[in-house]
Design a protein around this ligand. Sequence first.
Ligand SMILES: [Zn+2]
Length: 192
Amino acid sequence: MVESLVMPGRLFTLLSSLSLLLCVATCALWVRSYWLVDRIDFDRVGRSFEIRTHDHTLFAQWTSRPYRPAGWETTKPTYSTPFSESIRPQHLVYPPASGIPDAYQWLGFFLEPTYHQTPGDPQYDCWFTDVGIPYYFLFVLTALPPCVWAKRRYQNRRRKGLNLCRSCGYDLRATPGRCPECGTVPVLVAGG
Ligand SMILES: [Zn+2]
């Protein structure tokens, strides 16, 4: 075993830093989503793609025809779903006249998968998919790599300080040249 395998490598450090930045952004958007609705619409040759943040959830929506003009828009929410409500398993059925397809919600995840056809409104007569990912999930996802990085760094420092093998934690005071347990050769630091 090579010692660098258990140390936070450069790539892992870089990815953890990026993840930490995303984590901070996630927290900011999470808080903001309680007060404001942000939506960014993209034009995709005959299609529409939208990222929307609202109600402690990050939504992505795509349609089979242009749905909204491209651009960024911030508005006050017209409705809000309490967090406790969004984590219950739910099959949301809208009035048939609205043309809005059934939606599913569970643990804050949201899915509106099917055809959207509002009678008399050709704009909504299209394939329409809306997916929502809760911010708490994104928070855990982005917080995990920096936490693992910090834990490894702490463990390495501690093991180095106590003269323990950095791979397996074996006491190296009697055999400083090579770990008799796992075979790891400690990297000698100049002056250390
Ligand atoms: Zn070892």
